[in-house]
Design a protein around this ligand. Sequence first.
Ligand SMILES: [Zn+2]
Length: 149
Amino acid sequence: MEIRYDIEKNIIQVDSVEIDPQSLDKNFIGVCSNCNSDVSSLSYHAYEKGTIVAGKCSLCDTIFAIRYDTDWNWQGEEPITQFFDIKNCNDLKVLDGIDKKKLSTVFTPAETGAMYAKVRGEKYVRQYLYRARKKYADFEELFGININI
Ligand SMILES: [Zn+2]
């Protein structure tokens, strides 16, 4: 199970499926497995036959995904280590939707790599992204596609 979480919008993503929160109730839900401090809920999400609760430790800020069945029996938990924001997801969809030939017409492989790394939240070479950005207007003129990364 691959879980990502958007802290700002409280959207959880389980195996690439985004689940909006049902509730943003703040409740004490358990004890942090890292540091034994209180974990409080951030958001509740309906998942299959049950609920996933995103909870945050008050001391070490670790965020957990805790799974319950329909009777609120604990089914398991795991720390969430991957985060995303929706803007980046949309940028990735835009980028993935562009024909690679069109990209390579305007951008060098290094520039394209920097654009992908940026939207994926990975490390990228700023210089390459700056160079790519200077070409966005050209790209739009040629292909009518606006890139804003
Ligand atoms: Zn903790």
